[in-house]
Write a protein of this length. Sequence first.
Length: 744
Amino acid sequence: MQNDAIAEEQDHLDRLHDVIRTQSDLEERRSELALRAFDGDDDSSFSERDALVAHHRQRMVELRSSSYGLLFGLLERETEERHHIGRIGLRDPESGDQLLLDWRAPASRPFYTATPLRPEGLRLRRRIGTAGRRVTEVHDEVLDTTLLSEDEPSGIGESGALLAALGRARTKHMADIVDTIQAEQDAIIRAPLPGTLLVQGGPGTGKTAVALHRAAYLLYEHRERLMRSVVLIVGPNSTFLDYISRVLPSLGETAVVLVTPATLVPGLDAHAEDSLDVAELKGQLRMADVVARAVRERQVPLDEAVTIRIAGDGPLRVTPGVLRRIKAGIERSGTPHNEAKLRFDRAVLTHLIGLEAKRDGFEPRTGEDADERRQELSEEPEVEELLDTMWPILDPAEVVDRLLTDAELLARVTPDHTDEERRLLLRAPADPDTTGETAWADRLTPGDIALVDEAAELIGEDQRPELERQRRAAYERRHDVEYARSVLEMIGDISIDDEAQDDDYLRSAQDLADRQTIEDDRSPAERAASDRTWVYGHVIIDEAQELTPMLLRAILRRGPNRSMTLVGDINQQSTSATRSSWQELLGPQLPRWTQELLTVNYRTPEQIMELADPVRLELDPESPAPVSIRRGEEEPVQLTVSPDELAATAVQAAVDAITAHVGIAGVIAPRPLVADIDALLADAGADRSRVWSGTARESKGLEFDSVVLVQPEQLGGSGRSALSLRYVALTRATQRLTVVDTPS
C-alpha cells in the first residue's frame, strides 16, 4: 500500500512540474510581449505596461522558485473531496481544475490544525516527503476515528514528519517549514494584518520561522497592497540575514527588504562595535534631543555683524538680528534643515537686495528683476561662502560623528548627561593622516545608525540637485520635442499650418520623446531599499528584545501605521539592564499590542535545556519554560582545561564534531578568544563552511547541530545582560553541546 501511495503521488508531482514548466515559459513570453507590444499614448500607459511586466515576472519567479519541495501534503474530506497542498496554487491550464492548493489558502489550514478530536471535516491527512522531484515517503493520518479498528493507530504522520525535519543536519541557510508548521505557529502566521502583534517565545520555539512565514502569508493574503508598499524585516546582524535569506525566495516572495540595525539607513553599514554601556546610552530616547541640538548648532553660527564686499559696489552689512529673524521663521515652518537651505538663501539674498537699494537710493527690485539679481548675487564668491557658512548643507552621518568626537560640542548639547556619560559617549576623532569626507564611515556603530536616522529626519534632503535636474530635464525635453516634431514633419512631409494640427503633432512629438526616456524599472522592494523615507505596509522585527528606544523610534518612522510583528524572548535580552519586560521596552512608544506565546521548543533537546534552565530561572523565576519536543541522543559534555588550552581544546572539539557528524558546528566564545580560535581553525584546515565562530551576541538567532561553548560565565556584559548572553549561548545547539571552561 505504501508503494502504491508513493506511485500515486509521484504521478501527481510529475504532472505539477509539467504545468510549472509550461506556465513559467508562458509567463516569460507574456512579459516579453508586453514590452514589445507597447503602443500607449500617455504616461498612464507606461505605468500599465510596467505593472503588467512586473506581474508576469513575479509569477515567473514564483513558479520557478517553488519547484523545490513543491508538494508536501494531501487532505481528504468527509465528502471524499481531495486537495493536494504545496508551496503555491496551481490549476490545470486546460480544465481549470485545482491541482495544488497554496499552503496559505484558507482551505489549506486544516492541514496544520486538524486533530482526531477536532478533525475539521477531514477524514485523512497525508504528509508527502520528497527529494528533488522524487516522492520518497508517504504518511497517512486518519482523523475520522470511526474508520479505524480498535487496535489500529490513528497515524504517525505528524510526529514522524516533524521529528524527521528536526533531525536533519543544519546548513548555512535556514530552511522553510511549510510542511511542518504546527497549530500554535499557524495561528500566529495567519493573524490579521492591522495592529501590532508581539510573539514571545523561548529558545527553539520557531520565532524566526514563524515571522518569515507570516511575511509570506501576509504577502499572499494582502498581495495588491503589500506588493506595492513592501514588507520590512529587521534582523539582529548580517550573519542572521544571510542565514534566513533563502526562506522567502523559496516561498516565491520578493516584495521584502531585509535590514539590520547597522544597515537601516540606506547607503550606510556600521562595522564598528560599542560596549554594552555605550550602546545603552546611545539607545536612550533623550538622545533625540541631543541630536536636535547638534543640528541647531550648525545653523547661523554668527553672533556679530558681517560685512560683504562685492566688486564694484560699496559694502553691505548683515546684522545678527536679521539672521535670527530669518532662522526663527524657518523653525516655525518646521522645514528640515537641508530643505530649508533654498528658503534661507533666498531670504538673505532678498535682504541684500534691500540693502543695495537703500545704499544706492533706489526702490527695492521686485519680480523677475529681483530674481535675476538674487541669481547674480548668489554667484558672487563672498556671498556664496557666507551663505554656506551660515546655513551649510549637512550630512547626517557627519553630524553624528562630529557630535561624538568633539568634546566641547558634546558638552554643550548634553546638559542632562553626567560627566561619566559624556566620557562614555565621546570617542577619538579620525587619525590626522586619514583623508576624505567619509573618514567617519569606519567608526560608525549600529548604535550610531539610529542617531543618524534621527539627524536625517531633522536635516532632510538637499533640494538643489533635484531642482537643477528638473531644470535640465525640462530643457532637454523641450529639445527632444522639437527634434521629434522635425522628424514627424520630415517623415510625413507635412507642414504645420494651424493651431489644431500643431497641438496634435506636439502631443505626438511629446510621446515620441517620452519613449526615449529611461524609466525607473526597479521593483517596489528595490526602490524601498534605497529610500530612507519609504513607508512599509508591514514591519517584522526579529530578536525584538534587543530594541533600544532610539532604534524603535527609527523603525516606527518606516511603519507609522503600527502594522507590525515583533518576535523575541525577553529573557534573551543582552543590551539593557533597565528594560526587563516588554511593557518597559515598548510601552513609551508602542503602548498597544497583542501578545501571543510560543510554548514548544523544537530545537533544543531536553538535556541541554536542563543545563540552561537554572540561568532562565535566575533571569525570571516566573517565566514559563518552553517544553522540548524531544530528548537528544547525546548528553552535554563538560571539559575543564587550563586557561592557555581553552582555544585549542575548543577547536579540537569543533573539528571532532564535524568529523563525526554531518551538519554545522558553532564555537561561541568570549571576544578576546575568537581571533585565537579562528587562527587555530585555519591551522587545522577546518572546513569553515561547516564551522562558525563568534561571540554570544553574534550567535543570536542562529542554530547549529553542535555547539562548543567556551567559558560561559565570561561571555560579556554584567548582571542581567551577562545572564542573558549565557542563556543564548547554551540554547543554540540542536543535537550536541560541549562546554569548555577553566577550573573554578
